[in-house]
Ligand binder design. Structure first.
Ligand code: NAP
Length: 515
């Protein structure tokens, strides 16, 4: 048997192999070893300095539209290699084709979206923030806020669930802003990130050092950050706490964006009957959200709120849809839901599920799904499980994110009760609201807006048009307050704000007009 390939890191404009013991990446369905990663022995400080001192100035010498053209060229390279990315995703993430597409094509689409947005910004080298405002009685001396590209490096520490999208949704606005990128993917699925970076780097599109990848441990990466650098973290709340308290952030004021975990909700509004269009749309979306990527989406629906009189009907409608989900080897065409990404993830999900099951009823048991083409002793596959509790006040359902195909159905008395229950998530990435009365939909959406990065409002007329509860579109904000980390990503050109520094220029009106 041949030795699995050791993936090289790209840092300081060079491809470098780690010099440590290396970590194996596995196929979560077949259990076979695929490749190895290792970041031991890299000179991280020198690598980041190279990006800061060489790639940064080279990127910033270009205007937004020129950098947008580089993004568009990267899109072409990625599109040309899509088949390889799908093969890697099947092998390393255990995803079916449709789920791989969410990550791979979602990432490429987001990059393309920023290429188009960047083109519209033209050749300028900085952005204006608002209008000039006079500072005194005389209109000849005014204040104009400007946004200048940050002169540092953007470090991305990413989660395992979106090795492609997680890279490009961050790299697109960073590179468009003129800020070089270093990505540290979640180790278990790092292969796809590494291959995409390799393809784009080898195509020679960006100035050397613009795009780097470090696969394996993140040890030392935060220590190498200096005051004008940025760190964008996606992952669990526990790791987020470590990042926030690291001296780079706490003492050196490295700007930090956190996308953490979230106990997202779906809410059927009062007044909708069981079997109504809104009811069916909720049931369909819940089943989809629970099963896409085996529920390993930070935006997936975890809590479902329905009027108490519809609890039974909702349990039946969602369970009936889940029962039709075939689970197993993603290479088999009949399979709709593949695996969790690793044995560790499988064990964590089982433990979380057991915790919820102690206090909840199992309405649809994932264990009833026989695996297709997969050995249950080896494959990290788990059928979708719907839990429920007639007592919606139990804390564990509101504070436990089981990062797999698991959600809990909870009944409410009236709208105020429902909104209070949704808010028990203490800040989430997304809530979806289902109903047919526009005024109630509007009122509920606005009530939930302050505690959610996104509110997805579904009425029958958008039933077949909407983009999905959990699908993150580059036009809309991604992030959420409180427990969700407090971060903000995407939202069209808003995303560029993180990679720019705001400054007030106070000067003569004529000088400001020339900016
Ligand atoms: P995680 O264990 O927190 O890991 C996230 C990243 O941090 C990985 O790259 C990990 O590296 C790295 N890391 C681990 N310990 C670290 C440390 N001490 N210092 C610096 N970096 C460290 O999270 P995960 O299990 O990969 O991801 C699942 C979680 O991410 C879920 O809770 C999910 O909700 C959340 N998530 C949120 C979003 C969002 O946008 N809000 C999106 C996706 C996922 P290793 O892989 O090498 O350990």
């Amino acid at each position: 048997m041949s030795t699995p390939e050791l993936l090289h890191n790209h840092l300081g404009g060079q491809w470098i192999a780690g010099r440590g013991a290396s970590t194996a990446l596995f196929d979560p369905v077949l259990g076979t070893e695929l490749v190895r990663v290792d970041a031991t022995g890299l000179d991280l400080s020198a690598g980041l300095a190279f990006a800061r001192e060489h790639a940064g100035p080279a990127l910033r010498a270009l205007g937004y539209a020129q950098r947008a053209a580089l993004l568009a060229a990267a899109v072409k390279v990625l599109q040309a290699n899509r088949d390889t990315y799908y093969e890697i995703a099947t092998a390393n993430s255990g995803t079916v084709k449709n789920d791989s597409a969410v990550d791979i094509d979602g990432g490429i689409f987001t990059l393309g979206h920023y290429a188009r947005l960047g083109e519209s910004l033209g050749d300028r080298r900085h952005l204006l923030d608002g209008e000039a405002t006079r500072l005194g009685k005389d209109p000849l001396f005014q204040s104009q806020h400007v946004l200048s590209p940050a002169r540092g490096v953007a470090l991305f520490i990413n989660a395992f669930n979106f090795p492609s999208w997680g890279l490009w949704e961050k790299a697109a606005p960073a590179l468009l802003s003129g800020v070089p990128v270093v990505v540290k993917p979640g180790t278990s699925t790092a292969w796809l990130t590494q291959r995409m970076v390799q393809d784009v780097v080898n195509a020679g599109i960006f100035p050397p050092g613009s795009l780097s990848v470090v696969c394996g441990s993140s040890a030392g990466l935060l220590d190498a950050l200096t005051p004008f650098d940025l760190v964008s973290f996606t992952g669990s709340a526990d790791t987020a706490e470590l990042i926030r308290s690291h001296p780079a952030v706490a003492r050196r004021s490295v700007r930090c964006n956190i996308e953490a975990d979230s106990v997202n909700s779906a809410l059927l509004l009062p007044g909708e009957s069981a079997g109504s269009e809104a009811f069916e749309l909720l049931a369909k979306e819940v089943a989809r959200e629970m099963t896409v990527k085996s529920g390993q989406k930070c935006t997936a629906i975890r809590r479902i709120f329905v009027p108490q009189e519809h609890y039974e009907a909702a349990a039946q409608a969602i369970s009936a849809r889940l029962a039709r989900t075939t689970v197993g080897n993603p290479r088999n065409e009949s399979v709709r839901m593949g695996a969790l990404v690793s044995r560790a993830q499988f064990d964590t999900v089982q433990a979380g599920l057991a915790r919820l099951q102690q206090l909840g009823q199992t309405l649809h048991d994932g264990a009833s799904h026989a695996l297709v083409d997969a050995d249950p002793a080896v494959a990290c596959c788990l059928g979708p499980t719907l839990l429920g509790s007639r007592d919606a006040e139990v804390d564990v359902f509101h504070d436990t994110e089981v990062f797999g195909p698991v959600a809990t159905l909870l009944p409410y008395r009236d709208l105020n009760h429902a909104l209070a229950l949704v808010r028990r998530g203490e800040g989430s990435l997304v809530a979806s609201v289902y109903g047919s009365d526009e005024q109630t939909l509007q009122a509920a959406a606005l009530e939930l807006a302050d505690s959610h990065g996104r509110v997805h409002v579904i009425s029958p007329e958008v039933g077949s048009l909407h983009t999905g509860h959990g699908n993150v579109m580059p036009q809309s904000l991604h992030g959420g307050p409180g427990r969700a980390g407090g971060g903000e990503e995407l939202g069209g050109l808003r995303a560029l704000g993180f990679y720019h520094r705001r400054s007030a220029l106070q000067a003569s009106t004529s000088m400001l007009q020339g900016l």
